[in-house]
Design a protein around this ligand. Structure first.
Ligand code: MTE
Ligand code: MO
Length: 376
């Protein structure tokens, strides 16, 4: 069993598949903490978990540039000594988060995620920009559209490593906060989250945050890997697997704005306090665009309430989610709660999943709608 050496996991996680291990944080628990505790943080693997023994001296990070024909090879200690450390608080979200809601429109192909394939953590490491500057990479218009490819130690059955790439402009942006992280929430990265090193690409979809990082390549073109070319893309709702041409769509990088009601949960019976319904949830947008407003409707969009944002938000370079709450008067015995967020660019969410439905079930960012029964 190639999975026999996988690490132990916390029983609170909701398991979607065991081998490879894929599990999410229960939605109600997510909103309890601004920083998601590591043991509750969702896990998304494609293969068995690599087991790196730093004392064996086998681990190294290779960094090469196609153009410069130059390279660096560093072990973890050398990386930590050579570059200043930098911390970022950033939310990590899978492209398929909330897919199960999209599946109600029509089945898609992918893991049946509810709303917990997302979490927020403090990541510490070294700036990728510093490493690339050392390699002689210039931050210029000429290489603006180049890519940086990351390779993990996990391999598919054909021996191809998990690999993807991000634009070089994101990697070199001093305000982009891309780091090679060796710590999560103040502790050494766990194996499930990429020990000994992973890329943190704030504002960008989870698929690009390569774990068990062992190779970085700066190139004129984006990664040719399966995960860059033939997955993590969205299509027209009428596309299907038989006729789709993956080369026509760009790889998902920055993510769109989303929001979720975490408490109460869909189908729950809630006891009102002074005739009011208390709601809590999270909201986030990609690209560093802060969430500026969260709107709630209890009457299918006829009237809207503004929720209170619980965590501080900047308009730009905002990588972390914000939790929100609302306390709304309600007289009905049953209600459908709708939530949607607005980001700093005034982007907002589509009303339903129907018109953004795609066969892979990614970017499921329609309004979150839950039904609750109410007891006075
Ligand atoms: N990196 C490697 N090497 N292998 C993987 O399977 N999965 C990616 C990304 N990095 C993956 C990877 C995907 S799709 C997501 S959503 C995130 O890791 C999940 O990170 P987490 O398990 O730390 O939550
Ligand atoms: Mo993902």
């Amino acid at each position: 069993d190639p999975y026999a050496n996988d690490p132990q996991r916390h029983p609170v996680l909701t398991i979607r598949t065991k081998k490879p291990f894929n599990a999410e944080t229960p939605t109600s628990l997510l909103v309890e903490n601004f920083i998601t505790p590591t043991e509750f943080f969702y896990v998304r693997h494609h293969f068995p978990v690599p087991d790196v023994d730093l004392s064996s001296g086998d681990y190294s990070l290779e960094i090469i540039s196609d153009d410069e024909k130059k390279g660096l090879s560093l072990n973890l200690d050398q990386l930590k000594t050579a570059y200043a450390s930098h911390s970022v608080t950033a939310s990590l979200q899978c492209s398929g988060n909330r897919r199960s809601e999209m599946n109600r429109t029509k089945p898609t192909k992918g893991l049946e995620w509810a709303q917990g394939a997302m979490g927020n953590a403090v990541w510490k490491g070294v700036r990728l920009r510093d490493v690339l500057l050392d390699l002689g990479i210039k931050d210029s218009d000429e290489n603006e559209h180049w890519h940086v490819e990351f390779e993990g130690l996990d391999i598919d059955p054909t021996s191809a490593p998990y690999a993807v790439s991000i634009p070089l402009s994101k990697a070199m942006d001093p305000r982009g906060d891309v780091i090679l992280a060796y710590e999560m929430n103040g502790e050494t990265l766990t194996r499930d989250h990429g020990f000994p090193l992973r890329v943190v690409v704030p504002g960008t979809t989870g698929a690009r945050w390569v774990k068990w990082l062992t190779r970085i390549e700066v190139a004129r073109n984006e990664s040719q890997s399966h995960w860059q070319q033939n997955d993590y893309k969205s299509f027209n709702p009428s596309s299907d697997w038989d006729k789709v041409d993956f080369s026509t769509a760009p790889a998902i990088q920055e993510m769109p704005v989303t929001s979720v009601v975490c408490d109460p949960q869909d189908g729950e019976t809630v006891e009102l306090k002074d005739g009011k319904l208390k709601l809590k949830g999270y909201a986030w947008s990609g690209g560093g665009r802060g969430v500026v407003r969260v709107d709630i409707s209890l009457d299918s969009g006829k009237t809207w309430h503004v929720a209170e944002l619980l965590d501080p938000v900047k308009l730009s370079r905002q990588w972390a989610w914000t939790r929100w709450q609302a306390n709304l008067p309600v007289t009905a015995k049953e209600t459908e709660v709708w939530v949607r967020a607005v980001d700093a660019s005034y982007n907002t969410q589509p009303e339903g999943m129907e018109h953004i439905w795609n066969m892979r079930g990614v970017l499921a960012v329609g309004y979150h709608k839950i039904k609750v029964s109410l007891k006075a």
